[in-house]
Structures are given as structure tokens and as C-alpha cells.
Design a protein around this ligand. Structure first.
Ligand SMILES: NC(=O)c1ccc[n+]([C@@H]2O[C@H](COP(=O)([O-])OP(=O)(O)OC[C@H]3O[C@@H](n4cnc5c(N)ncnc54)[C@H](O)[C@@H]3O)[C@@H](O)[C@H]2O)c1
Length: 320
């Protein structure tokens, strides 16, 4: 990307605040425009108030952004990404999940002949950049003697139960919203293979899914729980290395972790206590996105692989 990066922000809701906070830290970023049909107050950015539009095509007629950030409700991602791809030459950062169904993924892929979809579309798989996740990935890379990851249990709880219909409108279901975070996070540790079972509960506010993965030549099962039926945010993952008896426990809410073998503590990861969680995710995400070699976890190919597992229909009886 060039030195000056002209950004257009589409969707000025909750997560857009984090994008704006992190973008404002970088002098090379200029916010060219915002788009949101429901905005009541214009968005200030480093002391300026960029032009605002109700619809993306109007903004793209008037501006030539280098980067379009799409932070809108999940079921609008694919349509807006297609507009950005065909009506601008910008790189497109789409909030996760990239799409809400496989038809939308196919429609985006079908644009490959007319736009460089694989080269221009990135997906904000922000959990893969969380400090405790990067720490755990380093531990695994540094300790081949621990052997393969033989078991994974991950539970992501978000307190959306009181947000009712608004939560479903923005995020669709707990599996749609958090499942993609779990899968993109696990892609740091293991090679994801297939969704082996899916059980939606509580009208979509909870789910229990299993995913087959490969780690150092061994196949294992990840057990993934997601739910909005909680009073507070709570997200943890346990990685088990059965052959060596090592376990890595990471707390994504506190951004902490430790590794232990039996009663012996092997390594720990603490947090600085100053950086808010979402900033701690999006700061390294943007540093990577704006670098010469963005992390593959942001790329369209990773998003395609994650989406195909996320939306797969396991054969009956394939339950792990
Ligand atoms: N909230 C989070 O913590 C979080 C974290 C990471 C990713 N995300 C993802 O970001 C996306 C948005 O989530 P959110 O929490 O900010 O939702 P939100 O409902 O708070 O904000 C979405 C905004 O998009 C606007 N919008 C709707 N249709 C639009 C359109 N066609 N063009 C432009 N703007 C439009 C809405 O008016 C709203 O202001 C979701 O896909 C979600 O999965 C959210």
C-alpha cells in the first residue's frame, strides 16, 4: 500500500469505533468518507469530519479510496464487498465473517474474472491477532517436543441475551458470530479439516459444534461451544498435548495464558492491563494489513477455507 492510505468506512456501529481508534493512531491514514444509512451524528476523525453518505455507490462516485472497510451487519458484507470490488480499485477489509452463507461466497468468487478478488479482499479475523493467541502459537512452534495437539475445547460466551432481536440482526447467531472467531483463532495452531457436527440451540443463541483438525500428522477433534446466554463476556480455549501431558490454557477475555504439565507450570503470558481487548486485536491486524506482506490469516483464501468449514453440513452420524 502507498504511504498515504485513503480509507472509506462503511458501517459506523459498535466495531467501527475500534477501527476508527486504531486507524487514528497512524499518521499515514486519512479517513476519506463514511457510509451508513442510519447515522444520526457525523463521525469525527482526528479533528476533521469527513464527508458522509447513505450508500456506498454514492461515496465511490466521489472518492478514490485505497482501502474500503466494511463493518456492517453480517448479511450485508458480500453485497457491499462486491460493490467495492467493482466500483473502486481499493483493497477491501471486510469484517468477519466474510459472508453469511455459501451462495454469497460463490457470488464473490464469481467476480474473480472482473476484479482481483483474491488479491484485494481481506477479512478481519481479529481473534487470530489477540496477544494470548499469538503467545500460544509461539509456544507451540518453540516446543515440537510437546507433540501434536490431541484435544481442543473452546467456549465463547457473549452477553447478547438482553440485546434480543438486535443481536440477531447484526450477528445472525452465536455460531455465525463466534464460530468464525474460534475457527480463525484455531488456524493459528492446527490445520482445520472439516466440521464434523453442528447443534444449534436456544433459537440460534447457542451452539455446540465439533471440527476435525490435523496437528503434526495427528488428527484430533475440537469441541466448540458458543452462547449468548450469559451475563458477561467469557472466552477460553484449552489445548491438550496428550503425548507429553502438556496443556495450554488461554483466556481470551483477560488476554492471558499459561502452559503446564501435571503440577508443573511451564510458561505464562500476562497482559499489560492498559490496552483494551479490541484495540489489542485490531492494532496488530492493521499493522499486518498495511504492511508489504499481510498475514495469510487475513487473506481471501483463508476466509474461503474457514467459511466452507463454518457453513458445512456434516453428514448424519458424522458426529465425533
Ligand atoms: N461488535 C463487535 O464486538 C464485533 C467485533 C468484531 C466483528 N464484528 C462484526 O462487525 C460487523 C458489525 O458489527 P457491529 O457490532 O458493529 O454492528 P452494529 O449493528 O453496531 O453496526 C452496524 C452498522 O452498519 C450500518 N449499516 C447497515 N447496513 C448498512 C449499509 N448497507 N451500508 C452502510 N452501513 C450500513 C448500521 O446502520 C450500523 O450503524 C458484524 O459483521 C460483526 O460480526 C463485531
Amino acid at each position: 500500500m502507498s504511504d498515504l492510505v485513503r480509507v472509506g468506512l462503511v458501517g459506523v456501529g459498535i466495531i467501527a469505533r475500534t477501527h476508527l481508534e486504531v486507524l487514528a493512531e497512524q499518521a499515514r491514514i486519512s479517513l476519506e468518507f463514511t457510509v451508513d444509512p442510519h447515522l444520526t451524528e457525523r463521525t469525527a476523525f482526528r479533528g476533521t469530519v469527513p464527508p458522509h453518505y447513505s450508500a456506498l455507490p454514492d461515496a465511490l462516485e466521489a472518492h478514490h479510496p485505497d482501502l474500503v472497510v466494511i463493518a456492517t451487519p453480517t448479511d450485508t458484507h458480500a453485497g457491499l464487498a462486491a460493490q467495492a470490488l467493482t466500483q473502486s480499485s481499493a483493497r477491501v477489509l471486510v469484517e468477519k465473517p466474510l459472508v453469511h452463507d455459501l451462495d454469497s461466497l460463490a457470488r464473490l468468487r464469481s467476480l474473480e474474472g472482473t476484479a482481483d478478488v483474491r488479491g484485494r479482499v481481506c477479512v478481519a479475523h481479529h481473534f487470530a491477532f489477540s496477544p494470548e493467541v499469538r503467545w500460544a502459537a509461539e509456544q507451540i512452534a518453540d516446543h515440537p517436543d510437546w507433540g501434536p495437539v490431541t484435544g481442543i475445547t473452546s467456549a465463547f460466551h457473549d452477553p447478547y441475551v438482553l440485546r434480543g432481536e438486535q443481536a440477531f440482526a447484526s450477528y445472525i447467531s452465536s455460531w455465525m458470530d463466534s464460530g468464525v472467531n474460534q475457527l480463525s483463532m484455531l488456524a493459528r495452531f492446527v490445520e482445520l479439516m472439516a466440521l464434523t457436527s453442528v447443534r444449534h440451540m436456544d433459537d440460534g443463541a447457542s451452539a455446540w459444534c465439533t471440527v476435525a483438525y490435523r496437528s503434526r500428522g495427528t488428527v484430533g477433534t475440537a469441541r466448540l461451544r458458543t452462547s449468548w446466554l450469559t451475563g458477561s463476556s467469557s472466552k477460553e480455549t484449552l489445548l491438550t498435548f496428550g503425548r507429553s501431558g502438556v496443556e495450554i490454557w488461554i483466556d481470551h477475555t483477560a488476554m492471558t495464558g499459561f502452559a503446564a504439565r501435571g503440577g508443573r507450570l511451564l510458561a505464562t503470558h500476562g497482559h499489560d492491563g492498559r490496552t483494551p481487548r479490541k484495540v489489542a486485536h485490531y492494532r496488530p491486524l492493521y499493522a499486518s494489513l498495511l504492511s508489504d506482506e499481510p498475514d495469510p490469516v487475513l487473506g481471501f483464501d483463508t476466509a474461503t477455507a474457514v467459511t466452507e468449514i463454518h457453513h458445512a453440513t456434516p453428514p448424519p452420524g458424522a458426529d465425533a
